[in-house]
Design a protein around this ligand. Structure first.
Ligand code: T1G
Length: 699
């Protein structure tokens, strides 16, 4: 008997305890252990079997690391059928997160008990697949079709009390899972409770599956798994037998298993967990952070303060005047009111934050005792350097001095202090209390424990933190600037900004680049263009003026009601602004450009290839440690469609040689913009992929 499942006999009950940390994933050893345990219990004439998980959780699903490898017996669907078919009474006791194949094992048990804090779910669609061990057939039989469709197409984790109401579990009781499981199994034996095979329950009543399918497909914005899962649940209602329903589920499961979307989503799952693991931080202890300071109470400063307050940290917010400090407090109160409304905090927590946890100040001395300061003042290098000189004077030794700049030189800011080793960039994304991404910008002299402190703070604020080196725009904004420029070039050459936005939302982006600019404010891009022109543009760089003209007319996007789109009060989204097309036509004429047509495919290809090429430069220069770091930044900060895994995962799935060929072909028309990244050329020459680099980094 493998130690992945321990066998014990308590009276009439055989106890199978899963012991496969960290999350009792149903890897081959666990599956073999369960099968052997059931067979032994039957051979030793037990009357009942209890299945539970040791450690922090019941089974959290199939072992995702086994995906794509040759499957090993016993397969999970067959194992679930075997558990269900056992003549013994099988009981599962759930704690932690019973997810995916884990809930499927529980549903193949005859009875389920759970501790109140347990959660259950079938989140397979979030991995680009669907429940493949009977979940789409058994869940509708216990919870009904509507509830099953909701759980399966959303993948949401359902709390024990709701699961009880839905009939997914039979009893909720606090205590140790082994103890409550044993007591419940004995109670069922004593009461002569019958075996209750879910698979033998009648097929549930159907719903209008075509309508559900269309609605789910639309909501997925191109992601297929939730919609395909609807067809599997449909089989639970329409298949002539349970076994044929299972066969249909398997067929659809295998289709999705072969899909690029599955590869993209699994990559995203592991990439977001890998970004926090940096070899250089192994064994490096972060500095303790018990209270923090935030300088600047504008949108970003207030958002950062809110994120820290929501994580339970006392915050001292510094502004130049009382008036500005109170305006900052109002912004924070607005953010907290939103969190209260979304049920993220209780009224009590809300009040405690505003009546004590948050302190306002107008003098730097107020920051003398904090463990970490985050500066979020106006994006001007001289202003930043003055602020850091002041922090250097007042902050205690060992305090971490962080800047929230989104592109300025962190080395130059650090040099304005006598302790550059304590300076780091913590680049939050707006709104900072909502957006999960945090770029941790490591300057040349930043000490390892200061980097570790940045990651520890990111974890505490529930952020996905990614290490970035110092360059203009770090990882995200640098790559954004390139694919945004590519979009501008396509507009100059004949494409309409509205066609570009549509092509990229069809590709899966939440919004197209021009709608995003309207949301962020066109004045931001205008300031960047003016800064770059002032620094001196390379004469070979193409430039455009249509967006400047829009700004000169006072149109900054959503905040002024007009930009690339026109926004009406109370209406979602905008309608294309026809004035933009006139400005573009004038810009083309002024540059002597004869416009041509672009297909949506060409638009997406050029946009994506420009993104991949710049991303390869970012990795090649070491600004990003691994390709997966870039993928996570684009996924969490730039609305990149998750089911495509990120730009470099997309590139691998597309094939790097074809991408390099395109760049070389397009450099014939613009050899300044389309300069192939040396790393890309190297990988193609070696026949390797970005994923190979990710694997190298693990070694
Ligand atoms: N397989 C392999 N490793 C897993 C895993 C899994 N299912 N789940 C988690 N891990 C690893 C994870 O990579 C990390 O490793 C460590 O466990 C802790 O995870 C037929 C086929 C359970 C809610 O989708 O949602 O069943 O980084 O950092 O924040 O229908 O992990 O430490 O090396 O995330 O407390 C369906 C996926 C599978 C659940 C815990 N199941 N996991 O969250 O910790 S498909 C899922 C989670 C399936 C069947 C199909 C979360 C969690 P490392 P963590 P956490």
């Amino acid at each position: 008997m493998s130690e992945a499942v321990e066998y014990e006999r308590i009276g009439d009950i055989a106890v199978l305890a899963a012991n496969n940390p960290p999350v009792n994933a149903l890897g081959v050893d666990v599956r073999r252990g369960l099968l052997a345990g059931i067979e032994r219990a039957e051979a030793e004439r037990a009357k009942a079997v209890l299945i539970y998980g040791k450690g922090r959780t019941y089974f959290a699903g199939a072992d995702i690391r086994e995906f794509g490898k040759p499957p090993q017996e016993p397969w999970l669907p067959g194992l679930c059928d075997r558990i269900e078919a056992s003549p013994l009474l099988v009981v599962s006791a759930l704690h932690g997160t019973a997810l995916g194949g884990g809930l499927e094992v529980a549903l193949s048990s005859h009875y389920r008990i759970a501790v109140p804090s347990a959660k259950v779910g079938l989140p397979e669609v979030n991995l680009g697949i669907l429940p493949g061990a009977g979940g789409t057939q058994r869940l509708p039989r216990v919870a009904g079709v509507e509830a099953a469709l909701d759980m399966i197409t959303t993948g949401r984790h359902v709390r024990a009390d709701e699961a009880l109401k839905l009939g997914v579990i039979d009893k909720v009781q606090d205590g140790d899972p082994r103890e409550i499981g044993l007591a419940y199994a004995q109670e069922l034996l004593d009461s002569g409770a019958p075996r209750r095979a879910v698979g033998e329950m009648p097929a549930p009543d159907p719903v209008d599956f075509d309508a559900v399918y269309e609605a789910v497909l639309k909501k997925g914005r191109g992601q297929l798994s939730p919609a395909v899962a609807v067809r599997a649940v449909q089989a639970a209602c329409e298949a002539p037998s349970f076994a044929e329903g299972m066969a249909r589920e398997r067929e659809l499961f295998m289709q999705l298993m072969e899909s690029d979307q599955r590869k993209g989503l699994i990559h995203a799952f592991f990439a977001e967990r890998a970004v926090g693991k940096l070899p250089e931080l192994k064994g490096v202890e972060p500095r303790p952070v018990h209270q923090i300071g935030v300088i600047g109470g504008g949108t970003m400063g207030a958002g950062i303060a809110t994120a820290a307050l929501l994580a339970g940290l006392p915050v001292t917010l510094l502004e130049m005047t009382q008036e500005a400090a109170h305006a900052a407090k109002d912004r924070i109160a607005g953010n907290l009111a939103g969190a209260l409304k979304r049920g993220k905090i209780s009224q009590q927590q809300h009040d405690a934050i505003l009546s004590g946890q948050l302190q306002l100040a107008t003098g730097y001395d107020a920051l003398s005792a904090v463990d970490l300061v985050i500066e979020a003042v106006f994006e001007d290098i001289d202003v930043k350097k003055q602020v850091f000189a002041q922090l250097d004077a007042v902050c205690k030794p060992g305090a971490v001095l962080a800047t929230n700049t989104s592109y300025l030189d962190v080395n130059e800011i650090a040099a304005a202090t006598t302790r550059p080793q304590d300076v780091i960039g913590l680049h939050f994304f707006s709104p900072a209390h909502v957006m999960k991404l945090l770029e941790i910008v490591v300057a040349d002299k930043t000490a390892p424990e200061v980097v570790a402190t940045g990651f520890a703070l990111g974890h505490r604020l529930k952020k996905v933190s990614v290490r970035a080196g110092v360059c203009d725009g770090f990882i995200g904004n640098r790559i954004l600037s390139t694919y945004r420029t590519c979009a501008d070039h396509m507009v100059l050459d004949g494409a309409s900004p509205f066609q570009i936005d549509k092509a990229l939302t069809d590709f899966g982006f939440a919004m197209g680049p021009f709608a995003v600019s309207d949301l962020a404010g066109l004045d931001i891009g205008w300031a960047v263009r003016k800064r770059k022109r002032a620094e001196g543009l390379d004469p070979r760089a193409r430039d455009s003026s249509y967006a400047d003209k829009l700004c000169e007319a006072g149109h900054f996007g959503q905040k002024t009601g007009k930009g690339f789109y026109v926004y009406e009060e109370g209406k979602r989204g905008g309608t294309p602004n026809p004035e933009v097309l006139d400005l573009i036509a004038a810009d083309r004429a002024a540059q002597g450009i004869t416009p041509r047509t672009f297909t949506d495919d060409e638009i997406v290809r050029r946009y994506m290839v420009s993104m991949v090429n710049e991303a390869a430069k970012v990795v090649g220069e070491g600004i990003a440690r691994r390709p997966l770091d870039v993928d996570v930044v684009l996924l969490y900060g730039y609305g990149f469609p998750r089911y495509r895994g990120g730009p470099l995962k997309w590139a691998d799935l597309q094939g790097l040689p074809g991408i390099l060929d395109d760049i070389r072909a397009w450099s014939a028309e613009d050899d300044y913009f389309w300069q192939p990244a040396p790393l890309l050329e190297k990988l193609v020459a070696e026949g390797r992929s970005f994923d190979d680099l990710n694997k190298d980094a693990e070694r």
